[in-house]
Structure formats: structure tokens, C-alpha cells
Design a binder for this molecule. Structure first.
Ligand code: PGA
Length: 247
């Protein structure tokens, strides 16, 4: 079963929308229903992920290739962790997918690699589909390829890379939400290096939009994309699903 799943992943490109701190419960519901209908009507079988805010999670009735995930949750079932949610709250909505290690969690919210690894291991032990993000800040990129790769390998500290339900996402910090997309050669180089070590689906993220999506999907070792800003408009997201489905 797991093998079938990974073959499926390798065949079709993946597309994921990270809502970050955008959309309400109402607009999330409309968005999910709209995308779901589109996938059905167009017979699109690529894996599609949507990561709404924690307040907009719900048990949506969707086709099997559309998964709803949590942008973040604490490594606990329940307890005294003010402001956090755990698996008890995710279970209420049947959520079995989570983003871990996103650059905003690392660099804005200050999550350490140790905390991220704890979270990873907890959600791994509960069988979650994990989209695990890595990527370097600008000063590291500017220091050169050796430094960049060194920085990225450290982001795998404590992370079991043999986990079956693992998807990786390379997202250079300097390309996230900035409109600056990494150059094709940069993406190709980093993806090749990561793939050589780790045989898992590898997404690219960072200022992906309808006008550059096709070019990015054509890069070798890019198995799909994780998209923020340009995915928050449902028509634009559907356009990008359409482009992805043809790859
Ligand atoms: P962006 O965000 O598309 O707005 O650059 C990507 C991400 O953070 O996942």
C-alpha cells in the first residue's frame, strides 16, 4: 500500500496551498468546496493539499486526492499548552496531514531544530502525512553552495528520512512572500543535491505563481509546489492546479 502510494506520488506532480494567516471559516469552506468540485469536474487526480488556519479546520467532504492539513500543531494529544492545538483537536476533523519546519515557524516564531524534530517524531508516530520544509536565509545563500547545503543538512537533524509518509519542500527563505523566485539553476542544483541523498517527493516553494509554475515544474527533481500568496485566490489556485495536472 505504502509502495503504491509512493509510486503514485512519483508519477503525478503535487500542489499545496498554505493559507498562512488568511481566510475565514466561511471563505475557507467556499474555497475548499470550489476546489473539490473543480477536481471532480475536471477529473484531476494529482494530490492537492490545502492548509487553512487552525480556526477554519473542519471535516470537509472532499475527493480522496484533496487533503486538508494543519499548518502547525503541538506535539501532544491535549494538555496545558496555551495557544496550541494537539491531536485531539485535529482528530475531531479527521486531519492527518501537517506542515512541519516551515520557515515562518523557524524564523518568525523561533522554533528550534530540536523542537521541530520533536514535533516531527510525534506526528510520525501517529502516522501523519508530513510536509517537511527546509531552506536557507539570504546570507547563507550568499555565502555559497557549500554553506547552503550545510545549512540544509542541519535542518534534517533528528528527522527520520525513511518515513513513508514524508514529502519534502525546499523553500529558500529569501524567496518566500517576497516575489523573488529562485533561479531555475539554483532550484535544479539544490533539488539534485537533496534528491541524491533523500529519495522522497520534493516540492519547491517561494513566490510560485501562475506565470512561473510551468517553468518550475519542468525542472528535474521538482515533484510539485508549495504555494502561499498566489494560491489564496481560488481562481488562481485552480489555474495552477490545471497547469500542474498537465505535467
Ligand atoms: P509564497 O509562500 O508563495 O507566498 O512565497 C510560500 C510558502 O511559504 O509556503
Amino acid at each position: 500500500m505504502m509502495q503504491e502510494q509512493s509510486e503514485q506520488i512519483a508519477k503525478h506532480k503535487i500542489i499545496a496551498s498554505n493559507f498562512k494567516t488568511n481566510h475565514t471559516r466561511k471563505s475557507t469552506k467556499e474555497f475548499v468546496e470550489n476546489v473539490n468540485k473543480f477536481l471532480q469536474d475536471e477529473n484531476i487526480t494529482n494530490e492537492v493539499y490545502i492548509f487553512p488556519t487552525a480556526t477554519a479546520l473542519n471535516e470537509f467532504d472532499t475527493v480522496s486526492n484533496l487533503s486538508l492539513g494543519a499548518q502547525n500543531a503541538y506535539c501532544v494529544k491535549n494538555g496545558s499548552f496555551t495557544g496550541e492545538i494537539g491531536t485531539e483537536q485535529l482528530d475531531e476533523f479527521g486531519i492527518k496531514t501537517i506542515l512541519i519546519g516551515h520557515s515562518e515557524r523557524r524564523h518568525v516564531l523561533g522554533e528550534s531544530q530540536k523542537e521541530i524534530a520533536l514535533k516531527y517524531n510525534y506526528y510520525k508516530s501517529h502516522g501523519y502525512q508530513i510536509i517537511y520544509c527546509i531552506g536557507e536565509p539570504l546570507e547563507v545563500k550568499e555565502a555559497g553552495l557549500t554553506e547552503t547545503l550545510g545549512y540544509i543538512w542541519e535542518q534534517f537533524d533528528g528527522i527520520d528520512l525513511d518515513y513513508d509518509n514524508l514529502i519534502l519542500a525546499y523553500e529558500p527563505v529569501w524567496a518566500i512572500g517576497t516575489g523573488v523566485v529562485a533561479k531555475v539553476e539554483d532550484i535544479a542544483t539544490i533539488h539534485r543535491k537533496i534528491k541524491k541523498k533523500i529519495d522522497k517527493p520534493l516540492l519547491y516553494g517561494g513566490s510560485v505563481k501562475p506565470s512561473n509554475l510551468e517553468e518550475i515544474l519542468n525542472i528535474e527533481n521538482v515533484d510539485g509546489t508549495l504555494i502561499g500568496t498566489s494560491s489564496w485566490d481560488v481562481e488562481q489556485f485552480k489555474d495552477m492546479i490545471s497547469i500542474t495536472s498537465k505535467k
